[in-house]
Design a protein around this ligand. Structure first.
Ligand code: GLU
Length: 479
């Protein structure tokens, strides 16, 4: 069987973690089986449509390396791939249902429908439109919604993740197929599209599970083969038992990208949010995900979103790229993340800075906050120096003396190289009798006035003799 999957997002502007995960599993399944992955833009809800949102979806997928075989940009034999351009197709299929007596134009004014709804809520009974189905229905014409005529019955079906399912007639209703504005509802459009596009596996959020009996009824009424149904578990907020929402601090996928999360880490993290291969492995390349993915290891319970884990994985990926592909390869990813002060420095210098700091980065944007002093002299902050936990026991005059001794030693150093610098620091320790934490904190803070810097000898090596000595002298004068 040629496996055909699809990602069918609505262009509503914000692509959250859950949306993107719904693209990853169809992608992995299609690639693993040398099948086809379709991108279909479900833009029939014109009220929620956001200009530019389709481009955002395309960008996000491209960034993550989730290329599609059919859809916008690439085209394909089953287009158009924008639902808004498929109106005629939906109307044609709607007319089939009218012809077979399974759809009717609904003249009921919306106020009336509200009344029915209220009645039911007062009587504390579920609102089912089919109980209020109009008896006299006009011919269908633009401006009138078209409804399905439900013939409720029991349904049994298998969901690849949720297992064997059963639903009684009480959940089936006269759902709207075509809205007043002539656009189809999601409920109707996706059935027609999945069938016409040959989709074999419908993979989507579990929120559609409760509507599935209505979809099964539509497949039957339209005489369409039902695809395999794969409900993906909810992504849960970090706390509590609710679905992850905008308010839970989860950023949109592109915000993470702009903050310097690597595509590899994002893909790795999201793929493992609700799926595992039964091993302890945590770091997966895209190829490993394609190889190891299996539907039967998608978990049925909600998967908790954990940003700390995402950032941890990102750190792992930063190191992996540096270690396996080299400093230049990681540097190529950093273009947008340097502080403004770095603008006038050349690539070689920035590669050196990156090489000594990369293993401390959580995201690439940490470069902005952690490397400024490599490019510009920091402002001298004597309080920071004097109140440092290792230095506060030492008097100011002793600090000054110690700094001067260090300056002398470093001035005399013939080779300004990391190893020689380390040797000089070790000699200084022996000669002054100070603890490493004391001596090194003094020099480190004097050079950076930052809460953190890489190993001291490496920092001095990158800063160079002139800058290092100038900064230490300036601090010695200021104490
Ligand atoms: N357009 C729907 C959404 O964005 C897609 C659901 C599906 O994949 O069928 O939620």
């Amino acid at each position: 069987m040629n496996i055909v999957t699809r990602f069918a997002p609505s262009p509503t502007g914000y692509i959250h973690i859950g949306n993107v995960r719904s693209a990853i599993y169809p992608y992995l399944l299609a690639r693993q089986n040398h099948g086809t992955m379709i991108l279909r833009i479900e833009d029939t809800d014109r009220a929620r449509y956001v200009e530019g949102a389709t481009e955002l979806i395309e960008d996000t997928l491209e960034w993550l390396g989730l290329n599609w075989d059919e859809g916008p940009i690439v085209g394909g034999d089953h287009g158009p791939y924008f639902q808004s351009e498929r109106q005629e197709i939906y109307h044609e299929w709607a007319r089939k249902l009218i012809a077979s007596g399974r759809a009717y134009a609904d003249p009921t004014p919306s106020e009336k429908i509200e009344e029915y709804r209220k009645q039911c809520s007062e009587q504390k009974i579920p609102f089912l439109y089919r109980n209020f189905r109009p008896t006299d229905t006009p011919e269908w014409q633009p401006g009138l919604p078209l409804r399905f005529k439900a013939e409720p019955k029991d349904y049994d079906w298998h969901d690849e993740v949720m297992g064997d399912m059963h639903a009684g007639p009480e959940v089936q209703d006269d759902i709207i197929l075509i809205k007043k504005d002539g656009f189809p509802t999601y409920n109707f459009a996706h059935i027609v599209d999945d069938a016409l596009m040959g989709v074999t596996h419908v993979m989507r959020g579990v929120e559609y599970l409760s509507s599935t009996p209505n979809y099964l009824a539509l497949y039957e009424a339209l005489n369409l083969e039902r695809p395999k149904l794969v409900s993906l578990p909810h992504i849960l907020a970090p706390q509590g038992n609710k679905k992850l929402g905008k308010r839970d601090g989860a950023k949109s996928v592109t915000e993470y990208r702009d903050d310097g999360v690597l595509a590899e880490a994002m893909l790795n993290y999201l793929a493992c949010l609700g799926w595992n291969d039964g091993t302890e492995q945590e770091i997966y390349t895209k190829d490993e995900l394609i190889k190891n993915f299996s539907l039967d290891r998608i978990q049925s319970s909600g998967a908790r979103y954990d940003e700390t884990k995402l950032l941890w994985l990102n750190g792992q990926w930063l190191r992996r790229i540096f270690d396996e592909q080299g400093a230049e390869a990681l540097y190529a990813r950093t273009t947008d993340f340097w502080p403004a002060s770095a603008a006038s420095y050349d690539d070689d210098y920035k590669v050196k800075v990156l090489s000594i700091i990369y293993d401390r980065l959580k995201t690439l944007s940490d470069l902005r906050t952690m490397t400024d002093y490599f490019f510009t002299d920091p402002e001298i902050d004597l309080d920071m120096l004097i109140n440092n936990k290792f230095l506060k026991k030492i008097s100011e005059s002793s600090l000054e003396d110690l700094l001067k001794t260090a300056i002398q030693k470093l001035t005399d150093l013939r080779n300004w190289q990391a190893d020689d610098l380390q040797a000089a620091l070790n000699e200084l320790l022996a000669e002054t009798g100070k603890k490493p934490a004391e001596l090194f904190s003094l020099i480190r803070i004097s050079l950076s006035f930052a809460p953190f810097s890489p190993a001291l000898n490496l920092t001095m090596d990158v800063l160079g003799r002139e800058t290092t000595l100038a900064r230490l002298n300036a601090v010695a004068r200021a104490i």
